[in-house]
Write a protein that binds this ligand. Structure first.
Ligand code: ADP
Ligand code: MG
Length: 729
């Protein structure tokens, strides 16, 4: 068996032999022989002198001389015996020790679950191998001994270069630990082996003791683990999942990198404590609820399924969803929590935006339906008012100034005028089209507005302006827009009873829209008020002060201009209303000339009044008669056509737009077919959508807004833009 100590088992380099001469047994023999030679020489040289010195008596000297040889032998024998005794005892002890050690090594060698072989370094011949070696490589002991692992022999190395590398390292370093190599069995199958080798001397030859262990399965597990880790990493990264693992007591919590990202933090070696997390990361408003929910989850009263907000260091707020699994010990106590966190901010924001859009849509729909309702009511009201106004005007005409009835009639007419304004506002709110549309400069409109404001509110309110020049033109109805601006300014001034500032500004918005902003420093509105303020008849003002129609009208006008309205306000913080209009490409502003005032009374004419509403026929008829005209009435379009065809005709036909059967437009077309030069006034109630095309290229056709007063009718008939034709019929 090899000459080594059990402690030199593979894994430990063998101890080199001690260097001193004392250790060598030959030196001990030399020491004994040298001692003997020295003693013997001294004995020969000095023994006679010693005898002569000790004994004077000749007979005694003779006796001592004959005995000294015997004494020498006795002394040297004694010494030799003692020396040999010691050496033999030592040798026996050593041999025993060696035998146990060899036994131990032999046991290790043969019982080891690892494959062990001992091969000669010189030629690689395997001198010894254990049972595990036979099992691992599939060779019988007889097939192995005397053979080598060379490719041409046993060929157990799949890559011969690997074998060479291993051998080289062993020669230079004396020992090789944990060398991984792919090895081949007798049947050709391969496996991954973990090899450890050491050089040692055996029977006077340098040998290589190698231990081999099959780690294929372990490698597979490692590989699978690495792959599954990679997959998990990929899944958590692509799902943007933060993963955390928190032991209940003892041990630090573990976060993946994504967890830090979720909180807007740079990864640190150790996550913050629960208390620090709650106090510094969770949104202040969510701390209490989150803490309670986590405690409930730990107590088992509810699942660990939380949503809370966190505040990033940059101040942004993020919505986090957190789910966790609780790992329990056999007694049911939670020992560990493993959780997944996700950022739901985008989803939450999208949901909020959707809710907002939905509310906005509902609001717009509500305004639309109120609009059509208001439009219908206003249309009917209009006719009622027209009847009252017509009758009252006619009666007033016939009434001498001094009579008390005259004042009463004037009051009726004034009341009707006010009623008409309300109706007009409602019609504006419900309107879909505009009357006089043209290119328009919002700046000059706003400047006019400022002049008016300076006259009326100078003492209380400071008006400031910031008009962007140049400003793109828009396409609009100057009258309607002016009215809208007045409404907004009146609201602003009303909101500042103690005074304040009113800012008017125009600008070209980044998207291209032309914007005008009316901002006051008044009492402002809460969100609910902002939402309701546009509704018609919604007012917070005292009876008689507000109608609640101002913003409704503005809304109607803006919509008719395909514009936008935004009300920004907060209670106590003032209000800003921003109107935006699409710009008009490539047109110059045209200032509408002021309408010329009519002059003088007019000659009596024959009028045919066509209206399905009896109230109108009964009121407008006398009104026209009061002006000195001759009036006939028809209650439908067909009747009017029949009458014009059969009778002498009329100088003027006043034609209602809105009639059952043939409506105004249809009647007009047929009428003009019979009498192309017929002068016609279209009486319109609605802010009429369809009136403009009817007037196009027809100088003898004009329109008149219902209800109209006597004066308005007179003005219209005298309008030079509506010239009297040469012949009436
Ligand atoms: P009205 O002015 O007749 O009340 P509006 O439609 O113009 O009707 O306004 C409706 C309501 O909206 C007002 O009663 C007021 O409460 C509120 N409001 C409108 N504009 C402002 C403003 N600039 N500041 C504060 N509140 C306003
Ligand atoms: Mg108002």
């Amino acid at each position: 068996m090899p000459n080594h100590r059990p402690a030199d088992a593979p894994g430990q380099p063998p101890e080199p032999a001690p260097a001193g001469p004392e250790a060598s047994p030959y030196w001990r023999v030399r020491r004994v022989v040298l001692g003997y030679a020295l003693f013997a020489s001294l004995w020969i040289l000095l023994s006679d002198r010693l005898v002569n010195l000790l004994f004077q008596d000749t007979s005694l000297v003779m006796f001592a001389s004959s005995m000294k040889g015997l004494v020498f032998v006795l002394i040297t024998s004694g010494l030799l015996l003692a020396t040999l005794n010691r050496a033999v005892r030592k040798l026996v002890a050593k041999t025993d020790e060696l035998r146990t050690s060899e036994q131990k090594f032999s046991n290790i060698f043969h019982l080891s679950p690892d494959a062990i072989d001992l091969s000669r370094l010189r030629d690689g011949a395997i001198l010894e191998c254990n049972g595990s070696f036979e099992k691992l490589y599939g060779f019988g002991r007889a097939e192995v001994l005397g053979h080598s692992s060379l490719p041409a022999d046993l060929g157990i190395w799949v890559d011969p270069a690997d074998r060479t590398r291993h051998g080289d390292r062993l020669r230079t370093e004396g020992v090789v630990l944990g060398h991984e190599a792919v090895m081949r069995r007798k049947d050709g199958s391969v496996f991954v082996a973990l090899l450890s080798s050491a050089l040692l001397e055996y029977r006077g030859e340098l040998c290589n003791l190698t231990l081999a262990r099959d780690i294929t399965a372990q490698k597979g597990v490692e590989e699978a683990l690495r792959e599954s880790n990679q997959r998990l990493e990929l899944a958590t990264a692509s799902g943007s999942l933060g993963i955390w693992d928190r032991p209940r007591r003892g041990g630090a919590e573990i976060w993946n990198d994504r967890m830090w990202e979720l909180y807007g933090l740079a990864p640190q070696p150790v996550p913050p404590s629960y208390a620090a997390w709650l106090a510094s990361i969770v949104h202040p408003d969510d701390r209490e609820a989150t803490d309670a929910a986590i405690r409930n989850a730990l107590a088992g009263t509810q699942p660990y399924d939380l949503e809370f907000r966190v505040v990033h260091p940059d101040g942004t707020i993020h919505h986090i969803k957190s789910n966790a699994q609780m790992i329990r010990d056999p007694q049911g106590a939670v020992v560990r929590l493993i959780g997944v966190n996700r950022d739901r901010t985008r989803k939450v924001e999208a949901e909020a935006e959707q809710r907002r859009l939905q509310t906005e849509l509902m609001h717009a729909e509500k305004l639309d339906s109120i609009g059509s309702l208001a439009g219908g009511v206003a249309h009917d009201m209009n006719n009622v008012l027209a009847a009252i106004m017509g009758m009252a005007s006619a009666l007033r005409q016939a009434c001498p100034e001094a009579e008390p009835r005259a004042a009463a009639l004037d009051t009726i007419i004034r009341a009707c005028t006010r009623g008409r304004d309300v109706v007009k506002s409602l019609l504006t709110f419900a309107r879909k089209d505009l009357e006089a549309v043209g290119p328009l400069d919002l700046n000059s409109l706003a400047e006019e507005m400022v002049k008016l404001l300076r006259y009326t509110t100078l003492s209380r309110v400071q008006v400031r302006t910031d008009f962007q020049e140049p400003l793109a033109l828009i396409e609009g109805d100057a009258g309607a827009l002016n009215h809208a601006l007045i409404n907004l300014c009146v609201n602003a001034v009303d909101a500042m009873p103690e005074g304040g500032t009113l800012d008017l500004a125009t600008r070209q918005a980044p998207g291209g829209a032309v914007e005008i902003s009316i901002r006051d420093s008044g009492k402002g509105m809460g969100p609910e008020l902002v939402r309701r303020s546009i509704e018609p008849f919604f007012t917070t003002k005292a009876m008689g002060k507000g109608t609640g129609l101002g913003l409704a009208m503005v809304y109607g006008t803006v919509k008719a201009h395909k514009g936008t309205i935004e009300i920004r306000s907060e209670a106590g913080q003032g209000t800003e209303v921003v109107l935006g209009f699409p710009p008009l490409a490539g047109a110059a502003a045209v200032q509408a000339p002021p309408p010329p005032r009519p002059a003088g009374p007019m000659a009596p004419i024959r009028i045919l009044l066509v209206d399905d509403d009896e109230l109108i026929r009964l009121s407008v008829g006398p009104m026209l008669a009061a002006l000195g005209h001759q009036v006939e009435t028809a209650e439908s379009g067909q009747e009017a056509l029949d009458r014009l065809q059969a009778g002498p005709g009329a100088d003027l036909v006043i034609l209602d737009m809105n009639m059952p059967g043939l409506n105004g437009a249809q009647t007009l077309a047929r009428l003009l077919a019979i009498r192309p030069d017929q002068r016609v006034l279209m009486a319109t109630g609605y802010s009429d959508d369809s009136i403009a095309p009817l007037l196009q290229d027809r100088p003898n056709v004009s329109s008149l807004r219902k209800p109209f007063s006597l004066d308005e009718l007179r003005d219209k008939l005298a309008d030079p833009g509506f010239p009297a034709p040469g012949a009436g019929g």
